[in-house]
Design a protein. Structure first.
Length: 156
């Protein structure tokens, strides 16, 4: 793998870890706001009372609260209905959170010019939903590129 693909893969992994951690924080806040302790035993019991599928395990809810994983959409819907929060807000955060404070040093500053500046201007004019979709497309392309470059054929 070349340096660019390694860096892209690392950035994707960091972003996924951040999303999981941020989801865990939102879940804990929603539990507290609804009057529940953000503990795995409480979450497991209360969730399984409301979920009609296969009961979720203590280990699974502990992973949600620790930021190790994010529940599947059907489980997210149940959590959101129970905790009286919009599913997309529980999963992705609200507008203020997504546009919120970025810690100093957590973002690389890369000068943009020409085509990059144009794309950045267009991106900034999109709605948050359009930005989310575009981000997903870009990450999918990046993952495919990493997969192609690591397949080792050596041909372009």
């Amino acid at each position: 793998m070349n340096n660019d693909s390694t860096r892209i893969e690392s950035l994707i992994q960091i972003q996924l870890m951040n999303e999981k951690t941020m989801f865990a924080d939102r879940l804990k806040k929603a539990l507290l706001a609804a009057g529940y302790e953000p503990r795995p035993s409480v979450l497991e019991r209360e969730f399984n009372l409301r979920y009609w599928g296969k009961p979720i395990t203590f280990q699974a809810v502990r992973r949600w609260l620790r930021g190790d994983s994010i529940p599947a959409q059907d489980k997210l819907q149940v959590l959101a209905a129970w905790l009286r929060i919009e599913p997309h807000v529980l999963r992705y955060g609200d507008e203020n959170e997504r546009a919120g404070h970025v810690p100093p040093g957590s973002v690389d500053v890369i000068p943009a010019g020409g085509e990059e500046a144009e794309v950045l201007r267009i991106y900034r004019s999109l709605s948050s939903e359009q930005r989310r979709v575009l981000r997903h497309v870009i990450l999918t392309f990046a993952k495919a590129h990493v997969g192609e470059s690591s397949s080792g054929s050596g041909q372009s």
